[in-house]
Design a protein around this ligand. Structure first.
Ligand code: HMG
Ligand code: MG
Length: 295
């Protein structure tokens, strides 16, 4: 099982206040101390589009790197890749959309033209020996278009993988999916020739289904799960999106199932409580709330 932590990127991109770079640095360092080994740190997107992460270069430059820990970053285009390469990245992630409405709003592209934007990014990243992950967003429904057909998601996802990405993360960007939807989506990917060994899941928890959806995915052979410490997160270009599955909730479940993660849930919850104090609002994670009484 690999936990792919997205708190510093997906979480902090959605904060109304810009979090100082020193706080981000400490947040990432504490996540690594708690035992997380993949920490999506920031995004090299247009700083006007996501001002919260405009300090991406500065953050990466000054980040204390722990051996064995990977620090992937989001990169949408070649300009973003140029900036990321200056920061000595080893892992990047491109992020596509299954729907036209979100492609337009999040990337200023059509579904078709997003591939033209990503193709040279992946090609150049692979030439630099970087690992490239892909996301596909709006896997179950889209706020403007309603339900999204699993076959449509599988078509877009397959094309993103075929660019040369090692893994595809399935994003329930607005957190509306249920276990049945997860089953249907994984069936559609299997039909498109993509098995669980190339997939990760990325559930936002808007309707409280993220943990159930994750368990469904694990039972179908998925071994990479995205989550954010304290359950922070969302997408500034999809207003109905709330936080991701909380990493503490995931670790609590996996500990109970006897699945080894190497993550210390109490240390992680202490970090989320510290960050909640800085952000000025409580963590939505039930596990963080429960552990707060004993930390
Ligand atoms: P655009 O306006 O179409 O960009 O934005 P452009 O290519 O036309 O370039 C316009 C200007 O922007 C140029 O400058 C470029 O140099 C500059 P000018 O020549 O006019 O002076 N520019 C950049 N500057 C810095 N860094 C860059 C960059 N790119 C262009 N990377 C773009 C297209 C993709 C850049 C924009 O739409 C963008 O930044 N979008 C990112 C939105 C975002 O970050 N959304 C949140 C992440 S996705 C998410 O949260 C979902 C996920 O969690 C999964 C899930 O939950 O489903 C991953
Ligand atoms: Mg997300």
């Amino acid at each position: 099982m690999t936990i792919y932590e997205v708190g510093p990127r997906d979480g902090l991109q959605n904060e109304s206040a810009v979090v100082p770079v020193e706080v981000k640095r400490e947040f990432v360092a504490r996540l690594a101390e708690a035992g997380l080994t993949t920490i999506e740190t920031t995004s090299f997107v247009h700083p006007k589009w996501v001002p919260q992460l405009a300090d991406a270069g500065e953050l990466l430059e000054s980040l204390p790197r722990v051996p064995g820990v990977r620090y992937p970053v989001l990169v949408p285009n070649e300009k973003g890749l140029d900036r990321a390469l200056e920061g000595n990245v080893t892992d990047i992630a491109i992020f596509g959309s299954a729907t036209e409405s979100f492609a337009r709003r999040n990337l200023n592209r059509t579904v078709e033209s997003q591939f033209e934007m990503f193709a040279p990014v992946v090609e150049r990243a692979l030439a630099h020996s970087l690992r490239v992950r892909a996301y596909v967003s709006m896997c179950f429904a889209d706020p403007w278009e309603g339900p999204v057909a699993p076959a449509q998601v599988a078509r877009v996802g397959r094309r993103l993988l075929d660019l040369g990405c090692h893994e595809l993360s399935l994003g329930d960007t607005i957190g509306v999916g249920t276990p049945r939807h997860v089953e249907d989506l994984l069936d559609a990917f299997a039909e498109a020739g993509v098995g669980p060994e190339r997939l990760a899941v990325h559930f936002h928890d808007t309707y409280g289904q993220a943990l159930a959806n994750t368990l469904t995915a694990l039972r179908r052979g998925i071994t990479v799960v995205d989550s954010s410490a304290g359950g922070i997160g969302g997408c500034p270009y999809a207003k109905s999106a709330t936080g991701n599955l909380a990493t503490e909730d995931l670790v609590w479940m996996l500990d109970g199932l006897g699945v080894e993660t190497g993550v210390d849930v109490r240390s992680l919850a202490a970090t989320s409580l510290w960050l909640a104090g800085i952000l000025g609002r409580p963590s939505p994670s039930r596990v963080v709330q429960a552990l707060a009484k004993e930390i």
